[in-house]
Design a protein around this ligand. Sequence first.
Ligand SMILES: [Fe+2]
Length: 213
Amino acid sequence: MKETRRKFFKSGIIAGTGLLIGNSTSASCIITPAQTEGPFYPIDDQLDTDTDLVFKKGASKRARGKVVYIKGRILDQDCKPVPNALVEIWQACESGKYNHPNDPNPASLDPNFQYWGKTITNKKGQYLFRTIIPGAYPATSTWKRPPHIHFKISIRGYEELVTQMYFKGESLNQNDKILQSLSDLEKRNVIVNFKKIKKRLTGKFDITINKIF
Ligand SMILES: [Fe+2]
């Protein structure tokens, strides 16, 4: 287990490409659409808050679920990387349950899952998390939320951004009221295509935040 963790933390982050508009001398990036924070932003502290949500400090085994790697860059509207940005993620476990006292979902919690994590972007504005694909969960009796991961990006001098990342190909995406409230272009910016890269199911999620002038 320790070896796996070491390999993960030593692994590099491949730079992604932001959504560019215009020519090379006047590139601009579209601000990633904000999505509701939802009611389950973590309120309880955790012993382990690192970027590997699959292994929780002190747990004897890894979390249940399909492991995915999410990597990307935080950019500003001029497509310039933003170093030192705080990137927080939180999500449900494989059963679709949040570790939050207000979650009414009767599904069981995974005691080995680290329900949230945080990191600071490096000099190139890059971040990397390892987690599992969260379960879908009922928002109402007629609406099931598709698997998604909540993101919050904050750094002084920029507008804070709260959004959600979705998995391409999930059938529940079609009927999700929150995702479908976005334009087609905005949807493309938050739905991520996961592919096997060196045996790792990896998704690239570049996020553009608004620099305040
Ligand atoms: Fe959620």
